[in-house]
Design a protein around this ligand. Structure first.
Ligand SMILES: N[C@@H](CCC(=O)N[C@@H](CS)C(=O)NCC(=O)O)C(=O)O
Length: 260
């Protein structure tokens, strides 16, 4: 059995895990899923023994990697640490060469990922045709059709679960702005957040920012910029014009695309 990555197909946390795996040429199969449809798939994969909820996700969250020996890695950070121990260190490219890296990774996990996700869903959830198209291009036909048909029901549940409402959206915009002020400063004159090669901190920042950046598509289908709602496009353009946005696009171009 190959390693299997359970993945909400367009999740930025999943993309974080995929980047670390792909960087070291680790092969795996993917079970590509949509929100809600991931729950039975993950429950089956962990044989009914879900993990723990954290600040940003439920006990059934993805990414989840089932290794070829049956071991289960339940979070993007656990996957990244496993890649570090078994592959990156040997290659002299440790993903965690300083304690600062893990601190930054946690900070982006808690303070960046949930906000870019909420901002994206604020614009996308009301666009049912676009949501159905994203589903159709990311997973198999049966799942996409079932998701599309359930969207009038699932959309509001997703909005409630993820706190997608105007006041929370506005708070997320302000939090993203404040975080980018910090990272713009941190990245001044640097190619990497810590040290002189790519670490888990860089991968976290670039991927968890990606809903507001729309880098070239890597492991998933992301709609072309001109098909996105105007407000979302404006956020993307603003992020791309910031030093952190330019840095992240450069990281995707130089250190992600060739790993695909
Ligand atoms: N702590 C998790 C967060 C992952 C996360 O938030 N995943 C979302 C997709 S963007 C998810 O699977 N949500 C569904 C759920 O929580 O059940 C990690 O870093 O692996």
């Amino acid at each position: 059995m190959p390693h299997t990555l359970y993945a909400i197909a367009f999740s930025h946390y999943v993309e974080k895990a995929r980047w670390t795996l792909d960087r070291f040429g680790i092969s795996y199969e993917q079970s590509l899923l949509l929100p809600f449809f991931h729950i039975p798939a993950v429950a089956w994969a962990v044989r009914g023994r879900p993990g723990k909820a954290d600040k940003t996700s439920s006990p059934f969250s993805t990414p989840l990697l089932v290794l070829d020996d049956g071991q289960v890695l339940r979070t993007s950070t656990a996957i990244s640490k496993w890649v570090d121990t078994h592959f990156a260190k040997q290659a002299g490219q440790s993903l965690y060469h300083s304690p600062e890296v893990a601190k930054l990774e946690q900070r982006f996990h808690d303070r960046l990922g949930p906000h870019t996700r909420r901002m994206a869903y604020w614009y996308l959830l009301p666009q049912r045709t676009l949501m159905r198209d994203i589903a159709r291009r990311n997973v198999g036909a049966a799942q996409a059709t079932a998701f599309g048909a359930s969207l009038p029901l699932l959309g509001p549940v997703m909005a409630r679960t993820l706190g997608v409402n105007r006041p929370a959206y506005e708070r997320s915009c302000a939090k993203l702005d404040a975080l980018l002020d910090e990272t713009d400063q941190m990245l001044k004159g640097r190619s990497y957040l810590v040290g002189d090669h790519l670490t888990a901190a860089d991968i976290s920042l670039a991927t968890l920012l990606s809903p507001m950046l729309r880098p070239p598509p890597s492991g998933r289908h992301v709609p072309p910029l001109d098909t996105l709602p105007k407000g979302l496009r404006a956020h993307i353009e603003a992020t791309r014009n910031r030093p952190t946005g330019q840095w992240a696009l450069e990281r995707f171009a130089q250190e992600r695309l060739h790993t695909l």
